[in-house]
Design a protein around this ligand. Structure first.
Ligand code: ES4
Ligand code: ZN
Length: 323
């Protein structure tokens, strides 16, 4: 493990990372050249270029189109997970999107199979364990999100253990996606949903009430409603907090303004995630450093990892070995 100055001396884990959002710009440029896809509009001087959430999503969508073969996806998952293991992580869950697979001309089955091969390779090579969570993209509408849920629920989806609602939180109502979550729940998948990032506490409330997830992606803007903070603490819903992402997107102006410490002090169970690390110039080790800068104690940071393992969508025998 990478253990430089200031690196935590306890294991890390993350539950919130979008796999195409973890693609190193150099890998996207290499595959872009291989497949004749011009990526110069989204990568300049080796870094992704975007200026707000909408243009970030567009850059992400474009980067995703250069991953085409089963081996491209295996390489993507392997590179993400071995880098994470080098930071000291022992477990990760990452989001996969059948809609993004299709946009690159890849069958979602091939996409999931390639990514699963990357997980197995990283487990054998670096000792890190991982599972996949299928996302529906909310701005594509309820029918697309239901189709994603049906894909996640389908037979023969090795290492897929959860379902999530991603995309633009400002589009559509949580209620519109209740049927997709019923499909995923009935298939035995773990449930999480993005809310309380671009929109406020009313969005978190709607996600909890309509979709009944055990975890919320981000959820940080729950801090704006003390009754909601109490409810989340009392019910034990876990927040997948991504401070570096929030800073990059300007949700908070600086780390001192971030509500992580206040959420933890209110008794909310939280974990850390890197979300889309190279897009947001972050990685999981930096997320733990940001937690320190936000005022979390050593014990509170260790609890972030423990909560991740407790809230992970993983088989109980594997969880027991990790804890
Ligand atoms: C997202 Cl669809 C998607 N991809 C990457 N990052 C995201 N954040 C929210 N939705
Ligand atoms: Zn996310």
């Amino acid at each position: 493990p990478r253990r430089g100055a200031g690196q935590p001396d306890f294991p890390l884990a993350e539950l919130h990372c979008h796999i195409e959002g973890a693609a190193p710009p150099a890998l996207v440029e290499r595959l872009g050249a291989k497949y004749g896809v011009d990526v110069s509009a989204i990568i300049r001087d080796g870094a992704y270029v975007w200026h707000d959430f909408t243009s970030f999503l567009a850059a992400y969508d474009h980067a995703a189109t250069v991953f085409r073969s089963e081996e491209d996806y295996a390489e993507l998952a392997f590179s993400y997970l071995t880098d994470l293991a080098a930071q000291g992580a022992l477990y990760a869950e990452f989001f996969i999107s059948p809609d993004h697979a299709r946009s690159s001309g890849t069958e979602p089955e091939i996409y999931a199979r390639g990514l699963a091969a990357g997980i197995v390779r990283a487990r054998d090579g670096a000792g890190i364990e991982a599972r996949m969570i299928v996302v529906g993209v909310r701005h594509l509408g309820p029918d697309a999100v239901e189709a994603a849920a049906r894909f996640a629920a389908g037979p023969g989806r090795p290492l897929v253990t959860g379902f999530n609602l991603a995309g633009d939180e400002r589009i559509g109502a949580a209620q519109d996606f209740a049927k997709a979550f019923d499909i995923a729940r009935d298939a035995g998948l773990g449930l999480t949903a993005h809310a309380g990032e671009l929109c406020g506490p009313e969005s978190v409330r709607a996600a909890i009430d309509c979709l009944k997830p055990s975890r919320i992606g981000h959820g940080v803007r729950a801090i704006e409603d003390p009754d909601l903070v109490r409810q989340i603490a009392e019910t034990g819903i876990v927040l997948e907090v991504c401070p570096g992402s929030n800073l990059a997107l300007g949700i908070y102006p600086d780390i001192a303004a971030h509500p992580l410490k206040r959420l933890v002090e209110a008794g909310i169970r939280a974990t850390l995630g890197s979300d889309d690390p190279p897009f947001f110039h972050t990685d999981l080790a930096r997320e733990y450093e940001l937690a320190t800068q936000n005022g979390l104690t050593g014990a509170e940071r260790i609890a972030l990892t423990r909560t991740a393992l407790e809230a992970a969508f993983v088989e109980e025998d594997v969880r027991r070995k990790l804890l």
